[in-house]
Write a protein that binds this ligand. Structure first.
Ligand code: NZQ
Ligand code: ZN
Length: 389
């Protein structure tokens, strides 16, 4: 196991009724709350009424920051920061999924920082020397795990770059997680969010070191939990047990616990983020298209781990198969699962219709130092071409 330092500053309140029970207490010290949310799902499912009712009953002034889009933009971040400054906001409350939470983290920094946060913290890593505005989140969809980390993935539309940084100072102070809030998530989004969870785990699992380490053991349990509970939630979207497990799987995948002692890959995420920057595609759907093809490119360099994945996650018996056959059978089980849950399997299905765009996207992708096989931009283009149709 590699050396590590572990800290996670977010306090989690999990379970049915947690917002009703704890929100008023958590906002006690604040006067003016920036209530941040997305395109309006919280108005349709009753969450908005519940949250604003509690804030009003607690005597808080509410400043609304709405319309945070999937793949939040830097422009939207600046809009939120301006609102927060002009209204002397002392707490940001983000209600939504990864897009809302990520945007709020960047707003919390931009509201307190006088320079250009894109240049100083997203274009390259920086050191945050100011105290960001306090942030609390109410999670409404399981997927990114953004509620328990300092990661914020922001799209700079002008530069055509979508990139994420994880600053511990941007961890939300608290996260309220009521699985019943996710009942209204459309099946397509639930499936894509769940694949994002699986991807976060795989991107960590398939990386050195591969000797006996507890992170890999935890990850196998988590992957099996995502697969089992997603199937259950597809059968019955109001299955509380399944939704609870998916919600906590998402947090466990990205609260830094499983990354301890691991190098981490995230090459597929680098590729998907640039696909997103150019095409605004859905994050989990993009990952689903890329993963099996990427793994067919790298499995030989991580053969024993791919064999272990086939055996321990997909339950594939040896029955005389060679290591290579086992590894490929595991990757095929992953591909079959993607088809079973109805995610796209080609870039065309994802909405990328012009092959010509693939080269500039490939050339703009970051190269992971944690991959079993260090990619070149040429090989990334090959992968995109194989994914095309
Ligand atoms: O905008 P509204 O109307 O709220 O609708 C949203 C949105 O359309 C809807 N939704 C959310 N909760 C709902 C609901 N619909 C009905 N009922 C509910 N309870 O779901 C749609 C997708 O929401 P979004 O927040 O965009 O999804 P997700 O959580 O997958 O976040 C994706 C963003 O997070 C980034 C992605 O790149 C993408 O920009 N990521 C953030 C990470 C992090 N901070 O750690 C890591 C990830 O790898 C990822 O890159
Ligand atoms: Zn992701």
């Amino acid at each position: 196991m590699n050396n590590f330092i572990f800290q996670n500053a977010t306090k989690v309140y999990f379970g049915q009724g947690c917002v009703k029970e704890y929100l008023s207490c958590l906002v006690k010290a604040s006067n003016t709350v920036l209530l941040a949310y997305g395109g309006g799902s919280i108005k349709r499912n009753g969450v908005y009424d519940e949250v604003t009712g509690i804030l009003r009953a607690s005597g808080k002034a509410i400043v609304e920051f709405s319309g945070i889009m999937a793949n939040p933009t830097y422009k939207k971040v600046l809009e939120g920061a301006k609102l927060a400054r002009e209204n002397n906001v002392d707490l940001i409350l983000g209600v939504g999924g990864g897009s809302v939470m990520d945007c709020c983290k960047a707003v919390s920094l931009a509201a307190r920082y006088d320079g250009d946060i894109w240049n100083d913290f997203w274009a390259q890593p920086g050191v945050i020397s100011v105290d960001p505005l306090p942030l609390g989140v109410i999670v409404t969809v399981a997927g990114t795990g953004s509620e328990c980390n300092g990661g914020a993935v922001i799209t700079n539309e002008e530069k055509k770059v979508k990139t994420g940084r994880d600053y511990p100072k941007l961890n939300p102070r608290f996260a309220l997680m009521d699985p019943t809030y996710t009942f209204s998530v459309p099946v397509k989004q639930m499936v894509s969010g769940s694949f994002d969870i699986l991807s976060h785990i795989m991107e960590t699992y398939f990386s050195a070191p591969d000797g006996d380490n507890v992170s890999d053991d935890i990850m196998e349990a988590l992957m099996k939990s995502v697969i089992r509970n997603l199937r259950a939630a597809i059968r019955d979207p109001r299955d509380y047990t399944a939704r609870s497990n998916l919600m906590w799987d998402a947090t466990m995948a990205e609260n830094r616990v499983i990354k301890m002692g691991k190098k981490c890959d995230f090459q597929c995420h680098n590729m998907e983020h640039q696909l997103g920057a150019f095409t605004d595609c859905n994050h989990g759907c993009g990952l689903a298209v890329l993963h099996p093809v990427y793994y067919r490119h790298i499995y030989k360099e991580g053969l024993s781990k791919f064999v272990r994945f086939a055996e321990n996650v997909w339950g594939i018996p040896r029955r005389g198969r060679t290591d290579e056959e086992m590894a490929l059978a595991g990757i095929e089980s992953l591909a079959e699962f993607i088809r079973e849950i109805g995610l796209p399997t080609t870039l065309q299905e994802l909405g990328v219709t012009d092959r010509a765009v693939l080269k500039p996207i490939a050339d703009s992708c970051g190269i992971s130092a944690g991959s079993y096989k260090t990619m070149t931009h040429e090989e990334i283009l090959d992968i995109f071409n194989e994914c095309f149709a």
